[in-house]
Design a protein around this ligand. Structure first.
Ligand SMILES: [Fe+2]
Ligand SMILES: [Fe+2]
Length: 277
């Protein structure tokens, strides 16, 4: 029996080593798109039982955000730490995109839904590899420093709720990436670190589409349920996201990704100002 897409996604989630995970992710993405172009036999979406948490390498050690040492970005060690944090985010993102495929195989969705997330997973795999290459060029590697634990929390909190997953992962967490990446590029530009600048510029350009796919499929599901997207978004982010959204926002890139200000600004405070409840 040929593998189904959700089985392929589960295999990626169950691969612990970072570079092995991204290599398998790219092979599965290539197989999916070859089949979609009719160059290979059709691949069914199917259903699978993904792990609650993806397999991860023994290193890096995972610490709570408070325990991760802060380093100044103006130093070489600070820049390594920053790229190490980005590598950790990218590896997590590979798993997040395969998880949305594996986790929600039972929810009937148009085929384009799978195309979009397979494409994202393939891009995240390249992002992780590019950032690992930068770290290695700086005499470090992914796993050399501790990394944030708890990045998988958004996925675990939304295993039963596809709209909640879309609201919190692409439309909150990945949108946050659009806000902070230009500042990171500036840090590496000041250091004339060309390889890191090039990697971050690819990431910045490609992440806009990930947020846009989140917004597109969120609106699709709201349409199917006849629900108001903005109201549902506010309700789900308040339910599943721990904390408030932090400005400044990259309003231009967020708009390009189909995320209007009235979606995210009201979530910057826990409670509406007095008189506006
Ligand atoms: Fe990425
Ligand atoms: Fe992404």
């Amino acid at each position: 029996m040929p593998k189904t897409l959700t089985q392929m996604a589960t295999e990626v989630l169950n691969t612990a080593n970072g570079r092995e995970k991204t290599a398998l992710s790219k092979r599965h993405a290539a197989a999916w798109f070859a089949s979609r172009k009719g160059e290979a036999p059709a691949i069914e979406v199917g259903t699978a039982t993904p792990p609650l948490q993806p397999a991860r390498p023994d290193q890096p050690e995972l610490l709570s955000p408070r325990e991760v040492p802060k380093r100044k970005p103006g130093t070489p060690a600070g820049r390594v730490a920053l790229l190490h944090a980005v590598a950790h985010i990218e590896l997590n993102a590979v798993d997040l995109h395969w998880d949305i495929i594996a986790r929600f195989g039972h929810v009937p969705m148009p085929i384009g839904f799978y195309d979009d997330w397979v494409k994202c997973a393939e891009e995240e795999s390249r992002h992780f590899e590019m950032v690992c290459d930068c770290l290695e060029q700086m005499d470090s590697h992914y796993g050399a420093l501790p990394a944030h634990a708890g990045m998988w929390r958004a996925a675990e909190d939304t295993t039963q709720d596809l709209m909640g997953r879309l609201a919190v992962v692409p439309m909150v967490l990945e949108a946050r990436g659009l806000d902070v990446t230009p500042g990171m590029i500036d840090i590496f530009r000041k250091a004339k670190a060309d390889q890191a600048i090039a990697a971050l510029e690819v990431i910045y350009a490609e992440e806009v589409a990930h947020v846009a796919y989140g917004s597109k499929w969120f609106h699709f599901l709201c349409g199917r349920e006849n629900a108001d997207p903005k109201e549902v978004f506010h309700k789900l982010v308040r339910r599943y996201f721990h904390g408030v959204l932090k400005p400044p926002f990259n309003e231009e890139k967020r708009a390009e990704a189909g995320l209007p200000p009235d979606f995210y600004w009201p979530l910057t405070e826990d409670l509406p100002p007095p008189g506006q409840a």
